[in-house]
Design a protein around this ligand. Structure first.
Ligand SMILES: [Zn+2]
Length: 142
């Protein structure tokens, strides 16, 4: 069974009707067996359902995107947890601290994290100082 929203082109009456199949609808329409129960006109058409179909597709898309994002966020948060535990936070001083570690500190196992501009990161790379860029979520963000 298939339900169509029908509209009478003559009096603008909208109504639902059930059909065994879309072929049955076509057949009944061709034979002019479809008629408006208000004005008896046979100018009855399927009304367009496209907007609601589009909406349901859109909402499915949003849900699957969010699920993916949640997974990525979870992974990043695990990174963050690891980094907080094992790295020293140096804030905006990252470029300076990374250089002093690289040139002065003999303890190469010391790890730091902080923020740096794209230019600073490029300069550090040119000097042969290894850096990784990871996305960072604030604590207050869920
Ligand atoms: Zn009608």
């Amino acid at each position: 069974m298939i339900k169509y929203n029908l509209i009478c082109k003559y009096c603008d009456n909208k109504f639902d009707s059930w059909f065994v199949s879309s072929q049955e609808y076509d057949k009944l329409k061709k034979l002019k067996y479809l008629n408006c129960h208000l004005c008896n006109s046979t100018k009855v058409e399927k009304s367009l359902m496209a907007p609601s179909i589009l909406n349901s597709k859109d909402s499915n898309l949003t849900i699957s995107k969010n699920e993916k994002l949640d997974k990525v966020k979870k992974t990043i948060k695990e990174y963050q947890k690891f980094i907080r535990k094992n790295f020293k936070y140096v804030g905006d001083n990252f470029a300076h601290e990374a250089r002093s570690l690289h040139y002065n500190n003999k303890d190469k196992s010391k790890n730091i994290y902080g923020s740096a501009s794209a230019d600073e990161i490029l300069e550090l790379k040119e000097e042969g100082i290894d850096t990784e860029i990871i996305p960072w979520f604030q604590d207050n963000e869920n």
